[in-house]
Design a protein around this ligand. Sequence first.
Ligand code: ADP
Length: 657
Amino acid sequence: MNPPPLFPAAPQPSRTGKWFWRLPALAITVLVAVITLSTWLGLSQEHEERRAALVSDTLWMEQNLRFHFESTVDQLARIGNEFGIGGELHSEEAQDKVRELLQGDSGLFAILWLNSDGEMLSTLPASAAPVQLSREHPVAVMRARTLNRPAYVRPYKQDDNAWMFEVVLPVFGANDFNGYAVGIFSLSRVIEKHVPWWFAERYRIAFSDDFDNELASTTTSNAVSSNLSFGVSFDQMGGLGIRVEAYRANARVMPSIVVGVLLCFTLILTWSLWALRTRMTRLQETESALRHEHAFRLAMENSTLVGLRASDLEGRTTHVNNAFCRLVGWPAETLVGRAPPMPFWPEGVERQPVSDRVDDEGGAARMFETRYSHRDGTRIDVLIYEAPLFDANGHHTGWMGSVLDITERKRAEALARAQQEQLEATARLVTMGEMASTLAHEINQPLSAIASYSAGCLNALKAGRYDERQFTDILGKINHQAQRAGKIIHRIYGFVRRSESRRERMDVNAAILEATGLLEAESLRRKVRLQIELAMDLIAIHGERVMIEQVIVNLLRNGMDAMRDTPEDRRVLHVHTQTVDGMARLMVEDHGSGIPPEIADRLFDSFFTTKPDGMGMGLKICRSIAEQHSGRLWFEPAPHGGTRFYLQLPVGTPDAD
Ligand code: ADP
């Protein structure tokens, strides 16, 4: 009988969800690792290649410079040996050779000639004189002489901060030792002349001493890679060496672009994955909240005793709850999707058409009572409260009806109504009982008259006196008296007969005349004068005649009771009618004892009476009759003593059924 669930059973999103999100994360991590590793490998391989090239280029450069130094020293030795230190060295030819050496690519700053004692003979070029010599110069001279081969001194700095490198070589002329030739190389000039352009472009080369101090270099630029340098020193050349540093390689553009793009993609992928995950998580949370909400509403719907039925604009049932199924005895599967007529509509009961309009406020709830038929055939009275249904876009899609079983309530109401009627009828009988002796006396009068008239006729017949005119007169009187008695009986019957609860258009004035007619004998007996003042234009109302008469009789009798101790000349009961605010108003005024304030509040209570033989139900019933007619019953003190009771009745409507 349960309506099918709107959502399928919840899967366990947490476990599958974990792996679902971990796999792409893992793939991204691996991708990033692979990119990083391959980039690092590529870079380190390139680094190694550059390092190997640096070493071989440095060794080549070292050989190149060594060769240059040695060949320059050889040329110098040749010039010295060829021309000797004597006078020839000053010859034009020798001078030319020396000049050639100085001006060529030798890198020589100056050439000094010394005699065998090491004393200076000449300096070339003359512009360089006096040449600042190394502090180790004397030692070098001695070493050259002792070893008979060129002696190199440590590089030294001149006053102008230029670094020089000195070589002393012995000069022999015709087998004799002649003196010394001293070559002073300018290290910066050597670099300038002997470092090829391609080398200088790739590397920064510098001369260094044995403490690795930099002496002269191709450039002072520091755009070199700190970890790509290589140094080597010349053998037996006073600790002179070279240090070569590679310039920072221009980053290669393509691989960087590829890596950059890959990293960008990875970042975008990670971000979109993260966004997707956030969105999915939110969706899952929303779905879970919806599930809870649905379960909550389902539980609420199933726990309620009110039947719920939703229908579309054509009246087709779209949803029913358990309570509704129980109410009509049909399962939800039979009802949902079914178009009118419904199986629970009893035959002959007019259906309320499904409204397709919604009022301006969008609410337009409708409430009406109708009857359903249970599957087993029993009739159910229901109260239906229908409210419009809207979809998410605010379109009116149908109606949601709450259906309340009011069968019991209706039964109780009918019972209460029957009991009330019973009570009213009983009260009327009691009133009659109280008036019985008066009424018997009243009926007795015409009956006695009839008896004596008919006895007179009989006597005349027996005596043989037959006077037609006299007989006609007597029979007319008998007829009149019989009609009078019949009228009294008819009134009594009309008053005590059970009401058929039928509301009809009635004249309150006529009801007053009927009631006063009934009380005529009573008022005579009690010596109460009835003063009746009826409005000719009194509005006609819809009401139950017997009930209204009952109220009037009750008010008149209460008035007479109240005037029991009033002097006879003041025992006047004033009955007055008028139309007030479109309603019929009746006033009954007595000149009786009045109503003390202390009992005024309790007058309309059940069984409240101040009379020894009273029942205390009269005013209670009168007020409920007034209320049944949507009217009012109240009282106020009369201006000259006594009380005024008012009954006010609206026009009302006749009974529908
Ligand atoms: P009952 O007539 O049987 O006593 P009612 O309900 O008709 O019952 O009246 C209740 C009480 O209200 C009366 O006992 C009386 O004390 C008081 N009462 C009613 N009508 C009048 C009246 N016109 N003047 C004074 N007292 C009244």
